[in-house]
Design a protein around this ligand. Structure first.
Ligand code: ZN
Length: 232
């Protein structure tokens, strides 16, 4: 049975940094990964050849880069809310919740994947989209959703929450590196995080996801082969 997994993140490239192989695996299995981004990444660090761009031009460029990455990852659909990059905290919560809920109700995913509460790296935009997405899933207004996953983080680990799904990116590394390269305006950030893209970096080798909620249970301790395990 074909399943839909909604990835809900803040910036174009979050999905590639954290979930390239999970997205590609879902596509290859005949499932349907889709992506909602809160911003177009229009305030993303402007280095080198994009230093001269206005925020509007950078946002347009990053949207194009996202299209290229989406083709490599096999994402069936990418939507942008177009909120201002770096300022998700200031967004009107009622409007924000409504838009995320509309996306989920329109596509009826069984699975939702987002940042953990700490945003993974305490980025305020990451923390904001985590909070909004979690509240939408737990509200009961989106009954298609059976499971909510957080990208694994140090904070979750300290709280004793282990990843349910862990994917070794090494066999997929050429695909992930190509998707990272598609986000060309972010190449300095990519190099800082992953190093030389010609080799799979051992310290960034695994994509890991913590099952934070499943049909009413919080943090059920499970080891799973796939995020699609155990759906009804
Ligand atoms: Zn981000």
């Amino acid at each position: 049975m074909k399943r839909t997994a909604a990835f809900i993140f803040a910036h174009p490239d979050d999905e590639t940094f954290l979930a390239s192989c999970l997205i590609r695996q879902l596509t290859d299995n005949g499932d349907q990964p889709i992506l909602l981004l809160a911003t177009r990444g229009d305030a993303g660090k402007k280095n080198g050849d994009v230093g001269h761009l206005t925020e509007e031009q950078l946002g347009a460029r990053r949207e194009k880069e996202m299209e290229r990455a989406a083709a490599i990852l096999g994402l069936k659909r990418v939507e942008h809310l177009g909120l201002p990059d770096g300022k998700l905290n200031a967004a009107d919560d009622v409007w924000f919740v409504k838009r995320v809920a509309e996306f989920i109700r329109a596509h009826e995913p069984e699975i939702v994947i987002t940042f953990p509460e700490d945003g993974g790296n305490f980025h305020p935009d990451h923390m904001a989209i985590s909070k909004i997405t979690t509240s939408v899933v737990l509200s009961g207004d989106c009954p298609s959703v059976q499971k909510l996953y957080y990208v694994a983080s140090e904070t979750l680990k300290e709280q004793g929450h282990r990843p349910s799904v862990s994917i070794d990116t090494e066999p997929w590394w050429d695909m992930k590196a190509a998707a990272l390269k598609a986000h060309d305006s972010q190449k300095y950030a990519v190099a800082r995080y992953f190093g030389d893209l010609r080799v799979c970096p051992q310290q960034r080798r695994y994509e890991a996801f913590v099952l934070s909620w499943e049909r009413g249970s919080f943090y059920p301790a499970k080891s799973e082969q796939s995020v699609t395990d155990g759906l009804v």
